[in-house]
Design a protein around this ligand. Structure first.
Ligand code: ATP
Ligand code: MG
Length: 467
């Protein structure tokens, strides 16, 4: 009898397609996260929402990062209140986004991002309200504004380690997807069926790589397996979103490691097709230049120095230029116009993948133009170049090319000396050039010894603050 009763309770549960998960609840003696580590603004947003009768938790990257002793980039809040209800609670709040509606609550320069609990996405016959939710034919989610419960919200998050909810009122962590287990085992694991989750949003492949690089985690094998096959799906993602993702990939302090993982998972080519081709054709030079640029970027971020997307893109795309120039010259175009046109073509093709805004494409062109002008130093040219606002970026880029093994006959050292020289020394340097042809052939490259760079030790100069 008793056995029968149990069976009748158990069988419907076993058949249920989406068993509702109950969270593992970790009390504050079971984890290290303390309320005092959370931004006071995030705490006040959560408390305000809770006092108004809503559920609200601190969630996502900040919980993950604090458990791992990383400094969180930002603080995200998840709540049962709709965006409109959230906005009504705060004077300093704005609803943003269309594909995915969020509320930004502003506190001076700090923004707390508040997301309403989302439900899993209705599919097939379940599809009810196309104004709130939409998918395309390959399953990609176009709009994701179906609200749900806390449990639903946990299931639709991307990785288990991103689905931890911290309750600031009692310092408990709610873990719906074994995220704490994966944090302990240092694994990036998608929640649910990996293939379906990548198809819903291919950007999750880039996020997997970004978190693996940032945290030094492995991508769990089932979450890693479909990536190479599905990587071409990135081509369907709106280019403006990919631009934002590329900045997160390369300007978060782990660009070098991220780049290796992007290559390993075939994710670099859909983002930078022309650069990927150059890497194939000339792996040594292209690989060295890109890796050096990324290493310099990481170094600058580590030292708290500014970095600019323009320098980064100038470096990532530079190896793609020669093939294009050769093609145009092969069709009879003279060298200088061929270079100009190649630069234009490479950038506009790239914009189709990762919409690079004009405020960056202009300095990219200027950095490249500088490479043509830096060898021409005779007469007043050198001094005019020094006054050019793009000089520093152009000079850093020249050093980068040399570090990648390009032979410039000591041009970088010449410019390093010139910047440090007195007026009379500068005149002598120009005179020495004038005795040669147009200053196009500078003195011999310094042999041995470490490479000098003006403005700090090796590795500090590039990318420069071209913005
Ligand atoms: P970081 O802020 O350090 O880049 P994060 O994990 O906080 O990392 P956000 O982009 O701020 O990333 O997103 C906040 C949370 O929203 C994530 O932790 C995750 O739970 C969820 N999320 C973000 N993007 C997606 C996505 N594409 N698919 C599913 N869930 C997502
Ligand atoms: Mg975040």
């Amino acid at each position: 009898m008793l056995k029968k009763l149990f069976q009748s309770f158990r069988s419907p549960l076993r058949r249920a397609p989406h068993p509702r998960s109950t969270p593992e609840v970790l009390g504050n003696n079971q984890h290290s996260l303390r309320r005092g580590q959370i931004s006071r603004y995030a705490v006040s947003v959560v408390e305000r929402l809770q006092n108004a009768g809503y559920q609200a938790y601190v969630v996502g990257g900040c919980v993950r990062d604090l458990l791992l002793n990383f400094e969180p980039k930002d603080f995200d809040v998840a709540t049962s209140a709709t965006p409109e209800q959230v906005r009504a609670e705060f004077r300093n709040a704005r609803v943003i986004g269309r594909r995915f509606k969020l509320v930004h609550v502003h506190f001076g320069r700090e923004i707390i991002e508040v997301a309403t609990f989302r439900s899993h996405h209705p599919q097939g016959d379940e599809e009810e309200d196309s104004t709130q939710a939409a998918r395309n034919e390959s399953g990609r989610i176009l709009r994701d504004n179906v609200y749900g419960t806390l449990e639903d919200d946990a299931q639709r998050r991307d990785f288990t380690i991103n689905a931890l909810y911290f309750d600031v009122s009692n310092e408990r962590i709610l873990d719906y997807a074994h995220g704490v287990h994966d944090i302990r085992n240092r694994l990036i694991r998608l929640i649910g069926d990996p293939e379906q989750r990548y198809q819903e949003d291919p950007v999750r492949m880039l996020r997997a790589v970004r978190f693996a690089a940032k945290l030094g985690f492995d991508i769990e094998k089932h979450s890693a397996a479909p990536i190479r096959r599905l990587a071409p799906m990135l081509r369907e993602i709106p280019s403006a979103r990919l631009f934002d993702e590329v900045l997160k990939l390369f300007l978060s302090g782990q660009a070098e490691r991220t780049f290796e993982l992007l290559l390993e998972y075939d994710l670099f080519a859909p983002l930078f097709p022309a650069s990927a081709k150059a890497l194939e054709q000339n792996p040594e030079y292209a690989g060295r230049l890109i890796r050096q640029a990324l290493a310099n970027t990481d170094e600058r971020i580590y030292r708290g120095k500014p970095v600019t997307p323009a320098f980064l893109f100038a470096a990532l795309l530079w190896p793609a230029l020669p093939a294009r120039v050769a093609y145009l010259q092969g069709r009879g175009m003279p060298p200088i116009p061929a270079m100009q046109e190649a630069a234009h073509d490479v950038i506009s093709e790239q914009c189709q993948r990762t919409a690079v805004p004009k405020r960056f494409t202009i300095p990219i062109r200027e950095i490249w133009d500088m490479q043509e002008r830096l060898p021409r130093r005779s007469g007043k040219r050198a001094d005019l170049l020094l006054e050019n606002p793009r000089f520093r970026a152009g000079y850093d880029f020249l050093l980068l090319r040399e570090e990648a093994g390009e032979e410039t006959d000591g041009l970088g050292d010449w410019w390093t000396d010139y910047q440090d020289a007195s007026d009379s020394e500068r005149r002598n340097m120009i005179r020495a050039l004038n005795s040669k042809d147009d200053g196009a052939a500078p003195r011999k490259r310094r042999r041995g010894g470490t490479r000098r760079r003006r403005g700090g030790p090796r590795g500090e100069g590039a990318p420069s603050a071209a913005e």
